[in-house]
Design a protein around this ligand. Structure first.
Ligand code: THU
Length: 161
């Protein structure tokens, strides 16, 4: 047997102002999008903005439902919308941010496991890394180089033979 360590590197920015102009633009799109979230049950509003290789920015926000599991996270709304509108166009980066009607979100909002899996599918398909930028309302912004970094040992189509 052997032991193995999996680690990854990310960049931590003290706040939004420290991002590059290009990254600020993408994060601003996510911030604008979170305001349009439909989240009457959790009061937790998430915005996502997907930057495509063709320069387009596609947005998404969480859409909840009285039948809770029928709702969908912001990240999946955004990447599925991108896949539907611009099929086969490479995704370069996704910015994610969250706000709450109950408290100030000071911690960077990271995608849930289901969203990591969904985004990973596109990264594996396009064979180039999808960068992630994660932010709350205030506080540090985390920049990851690849969705694969935060979904180690990912499941993918190769398992299906
Ligand atoms: N949510 C997202 O939109 N993205 C995530 O990655 C985590 C959770 C949404 C789903 C639900 O509408 C609300 O946040 C509370 O879980």
């Amino acid at each position: 047997m052997r032991k193995q360590t999996i680690s990854f590197e990310m960049t931590v920015f003290d706040n939004f102002d420290d991002l590059s102009v290009e990254d600020q633009k993408l994060m601003k799109a996510a911030v604008a999008s979170r305001q349009n979230a439909y989240a009457p049950y959790s009061n937790f509003l998430v915005g996502a903005a997907v930057l495509l290789e063709n320069g387009e920015i596609v947005i998404g926000n969480n859409q909840e439902n009285a039948s809770y599991p029928s709702g969908l996270c912001a990240e999946r709304v955004a990447v599925f919308y991108a896949g539907a509108k611009y099929p086969g166009v490479t995704i370069k980066a996704i910015a994610i941010t969250a706000t709450s009607e109950k408290y100030v979100v000071k911690e960077a909002a990271a995608p849930c496991g289901n969203c990591r899996q969904a985004i990973s599918e596109y990264e594996q398909k396009q064979e180039t890394p999808i960068k992630l930028m994660l932010m709350g309302e205030t506080g540090e912004v985390l920049k990851c180089n690849s969705i694969g970094d935060i979904l180690p040992l990912a499941f993918g189509k190769s398992f299906l033979g």
